[in-house]
Design a protein around this ligand. Structure first.
Ligand SMILES: Cc1cc2nc3c(=O)[nH]c(=O)nc-3n(C[C@H](O)[C@H](O)[C@H](O)COP(=O)(O)OP(=O)(O)OC[C@H]3O[C@@H](n4cnc5c(N)ncnc54)[C@H](O)[C@@H]3O)c2cc1C
Length: 322
């Protein structure tokens, strides 16, 4: 068993998924405790530049370049990872808990008879035991699970739960030859179908101005749009606002919405129900505005303002000349 920790780089239309850097950060941390090295593997076609851009985040990036790997395809991906891990089985394989990851990781673990733990919000190694943190019972509680195995642990990590890493001196880029038999795959990539309604991805925003039921009326959202624009951010929401269709579902933060980690999260008229907090508590700096001094949002906020948001926001906009 190799002590290294391998992560699977995810990319789409020539860009790395942000979760890939989060995996790299966790791989570095785990590798430090297994006395191994953090290594990444990127599968793609004509993806040399992309693989090169990842080298500051790992000791080694392995690039497997093949036309059959131009888009994610479960069969060819499995062939490559099996061949790679048969050669050098890592201590842990980290995969994002994304649409790709939760399709791919269980299939690989099943095919290779490896222990699998999915949708982790954290993971660590204690000796050769893997300790995974997962949320349970509709995210109401968090549990730690120990798994002891002498085989590679396959872990899917929920995006947005790990801080992206600082770059290090670049590791090496290795090209690996793996014969991919695209004909043997049971699935074939046909095309990408985009949802008809396009919206911004709040998961990518540095600043989120989030509105809750406390804003009272849909018309008041205009204040939030103005402030978000002025701060270079986007408007997010608690679930009642997306249920009321004041904003699209894509703007919902929380357990049944998006997990976000902006630099600044401004929570306005949001009570701080656990399902909401689950999606934003790891934000860099949280400011909460609420009329109720006992609102649970103040427990996660770095700065709490007990005020009527419909008075304070216009005053703030005036102050900053927006
Ligand atoms: C399975 C499940 C999944 C869920 N998933 C999510 C999810 O992903 N995201 C999510 O957000 N919720 C989710 N919920 C709903 C969640 O439990 C809460 O009901 C919801 O977050 C409450 O939204 P809110 O804070 O905007 O509204 P409320 O709880 O009604 O709170 C409104 C707040 O505004 C304050 N307020 C009122 N007027 C003002 C004012 N003028 N100025 C300032 N403050 C004011 C009030 O004091 C109050 O604290 C889920 C629930 C379940 C059961």
């Amino acid at each position: 068993m190799d002590p290294d920790v391998l992560f699977l780089a995810e990319h789409f239309e020539g860009k790395l998924a942000p979760s890939t850097l989060e995996l790299a950060a966790k791989a570095r941390e785990l590798a430090a405790s297994s006395s191994g090295a953090p290594r990444g593997i990127l599968l793609g076609h004509d993806a040399g530049a992309l693989a090169d851009s990842l080298t500051p985040y790992a000791s080694e990036i392995v690039l497997v370049d093949d036309p059959a790997l131009a888009e994610y395809a479960p069969g060819p991906y499995e062939q490559v990872l099996r061949a790679t891990m048969d050669r050098t089985p890592p201590r842990v394989l980290l995969v994002a808990h994304s649409a790709v990851g939760y399709d791919f990781a269980p299939a690989l673990a099943g095919a290779m008879d490896l222990p699998l733990v999915t949708n982790c919000v954290d993971v660590r190694l204690e000796g050769s035991t893997l300790v995974a943190t997962r949320r349970l019972l509709n995210e109401k509680v968090q549990g730690e699970f120990e798994i002891a195995s002498d085989r590679t642990y396959v872990v899917t990590l929920r995006p947005g739960t790990v801080k992206p890493p600082e770059p290090h001196p670049p590791g090496r880029l290795t090209r690996s030859e793996v014969a991919v038999d695209a004909g043997a795959a049971r699935e074939r990539f046909l095309r990408i179908e985009r949802p008809q309604v396009q919206d911004i991805d709040i998961g990518q925003a540095d600043v989120i101005v989030a509105a809750g039921r406390g804003i009272k009326k849909k018309e008041n959202l205009a204040l939030f749009e103005t402030l978000a624009k002025r701060l270079g951010g986007v408007v997010g929401a608690s679930r009642p606002l997306t249920d009321l269709e004041w904003l699209p579902k894509t703007r919902q933060v929380g357990q049944s919405g998006k997990t976000v980690r902006p630099k600044l999260y401004l929570a306005c008229g949001i009570s701080g129900a656990m399902q909401h907090v689950a999606g934003m508590k790891d934000s860099g700096f949280i400011v909460a505005i609420n009329t109720d001094p006992s609102a649970p949002i103040f427990e996660v906020a770095h700065v709490g303002v007990q005020a009527n948001v419909l008075e304070i926001l216009p005053a703030l906009l005036k102050e900053i000349g927006a």
